[in-house]
Design a protein around this ligand. Structure first.
Ligand code: FPP
Length: 246
């Protein structure tokens, strides 16, 4: 099992977030959905900063799922454009702060421009040693499991050698420990095909807060909730030593 937390145990090493609620946030302001996604992008940058300040080592955000292609064409193209805008606006700042960017997902389906932008972000931050930020883009948990099996088989791994460890090495986030804390904003209580393999022992945290409103205080609330969890990883709680009587 590939799971661990900070030495104190109160701050998760790896936080994974489903950033839901952009559309509703925009609608409440009588604005198009893409307006919510633009604010959502600013929230991502704030959350990156705050994760760095709190000592999180890995942050993984679900920016575009394999199912998001079903959205209206203008929203899909708006999200693709937001990648290009976001990278030109924030890449230099994030790189200078030591952030290392990774992209997880099926890149074969995205345009050449978007693919190049992601490649540039990864390349430019390749030697950074700070917070690992993974953007799940055209990502699906089932896709990830299937691609891992396919790559393992293509490498000639025999069926009996296809262990959990062997498969983990082929998953899209092979460089990261499994998420300790899963956060979903926006009020829905589901995982939506995000990191299905990796979330096996994650603590789940759901909030009604819409993603563009998810600020430093909201993130600290999630960390405080996480710090109170009793993580047993399928084991049993250690018995407390009986109090010594004088
Ligand atoms: C879900 O909210 C949000 C998304 C599908 C897109 C998330 C994208 C961003 C936050 C922009 C950041 C992008 C990058 C590249 C880091 P929703 O639209 O489903 O909200 P709703 O449930 O209120 O309709």
């Amino acid at each position: 099992m590939n799971t661990s937390v900070s030495p104190e145990g109160s701050i998760p090493r790896h936080v994974a977030i489903v950033m839901d609620g952009n559309g509703r946030w925009a609608r409440k302001r009588f604005m198009p959905r893409i307006f919510g996604h633009k604010y959502g992008m600013e929230t991502v940058v704030r959350v990156i900063d705050h994760c760095q300040a709190r000592g999180v080592e890995y942050l993984t955000v679900y920016a575009f799922s394999s199912e998001n292609w079903k959205r209206p064409e203008d929203e899909v193209s708006g999200l693709m454009n937001l990648v290009l805008v976001g990278i030109s606006k924030y890449l230099a700042k994030l790189a200078s702060r030591g952030v290392r960017i990774h992209v997880a997902g099926d890149r074969s389906k995205v345009s050449e421009r978007v693919r190049q932008a992601w490649n540039e972000a990864e390349e430019r931050t390749r030697h950074n040693t700070g917070l690992h930020v993974t953007v799940a883009f055209n990502y699906g948990g089932r896709w990830d499991i299937v691609q891992a099996c396919q790559r393992a088989l293509a490498e000639g791994v025999a069926p009996e050698a296809l262990t959990e460890e062997a498969l983990s090495r082929h998953m899209a986030l092979a460089y990261a420990p499994d998420p300790d804390l899963f956060i979903r904003t926006g009020g829905e209580v589901r995982v939506s095909n995000f990191l299905l393999w990796q979330l096996a022992y994650a603590e789940l945290y759901f909030t009604d807060c819409l993603w563009p409103d998810f600020d430093e205080a909201e993130l600290d609330k999630a960390f405080a909730d996480f710090a109170r969890r009793d993580r047993r990883f399928g084991g049993v709680k250690q018995a407390q030593a009986p109090e010594q009587s004088a």
